[in-house]
Every structure is written in C-alpha cells, then in structure tokens.
Design a protein around this ligand. Structure first.
Ligand SMILES: [Zn+2]
Length: 160
C-alpha cells in the first residue's frame, strides 16, 4: 500500500523509474533512498566545469597528492604547488557538450515527481514516455566515487 512516484520531464516526455534505478518508489523512499540524489545530475546547469563537477577534466586520481616520506621539503612543496596549479587551470573551462548526455538534461524543464494516485492520470501515459533510467545509472556511476552510493540498473523492471 502507498503511493508510488516516478520522475517525469513533461517537456521532453521522459521518465526516470525508481525500480529501474534499483530503488523503490514511495515519496519517502525517493527522499531517503540511494536513488534520490540522481536529480543532482539531471538538474545540473552550467556551461563550464570545476573541481567536483561531473565534467571535471581532471580525474580525481590526478588531484591526489601523494607525498613520499623520503622526499625532501622542496620536492614536497613542488608536488603540492603542481597539484594546485593543475586544479586552478581546470576551473571554469567550457564544456564540450554533445547534447546527448543525461547530465543537465532536465535543467530548466517542467519536471515533477508524478504519483500514481494523481488525478491527472499522467502515470498511465508514462509507458509512452522515453525511459532514461539506464543512461542515468551509467552517468551516475561514472560520477559518484563512493561504492555504497552506486546504483544498479534493473533490466527486468516490469515498466520496460
Ligand atoms: Zn522501471
């Protein structure tokens, strides 16, 4: 029992299905579940990048500063300065967007979490909307570096 919700883009006629994301569908479950933060990627709006961004041109592994305890202070200072310079140089760089990514795809659009009890009956039309859940899971897992926050696409969801 309970009302289920799917994330819907009314302008692009696209849907994100919580069960396809390996999650569950009640509003509270969207709020507290592992799949709720996907709106971070869908709603991102910027034409430039920065540290911590999806389009960060520098892999996080290159942002790490490894200091060997046997190196002297001068070498250590040089390594730290190099890492800072690399990060600063990458801030605010334009993004080469191909227009196909789900990242930022919904920014500025009419977007709603649509419930199956809503009198609009929009829920019943959702099977005819484009389901972008698989692409979203792939983009999310590329972005998030925390294993416990990765999503597992469910190819057997009965919405497909
Ligand atoms: Zn589904």
């Amino acid at each position: 029992m309970g009302q289920y919700f799917k994330a819907v883009n009314l302008d692009k006629r696209e849907v994100v299905c919580p069960w396809c994301l390996g999650g569950v569908a009640k509003l509270w479950e969207w709020a507290a579940g592992r799949h709720g933060p996907v709106f971070t990627l869908l709603l991102r709006k910027s034409s430039a990048t920065g540290g911590g961004d999806y389009f960060d041109p520098i892999p996080s592994s290159e942002r790490e500063i490894r200091i060997d305890p046997t190196t002297d202070e001068k070498q250590t200072a040089s390594a730290v300065l190099g890492a800072i310079m690399l990060s600063v140089a990458a801030e605010g760089q334009p993004i080469a967007e191909d227009g196909k990514s789900v990242v930022g795809r919904w920014a500025g659009d009419r977007v709603a979490l649509v419930g199956d009890y809503d009198r609009s009956r929009l829920w019943d039309e959702l099977p005819r909307y484009r389901n972008i859940s698989k692409e979203l899971v792939e983009a999310w897992n590329d972005f998030i570096e925390i294993d416990d926050m990765k999503l597992t696409f469910n190819p057997n969801c009965n919405c497909q």
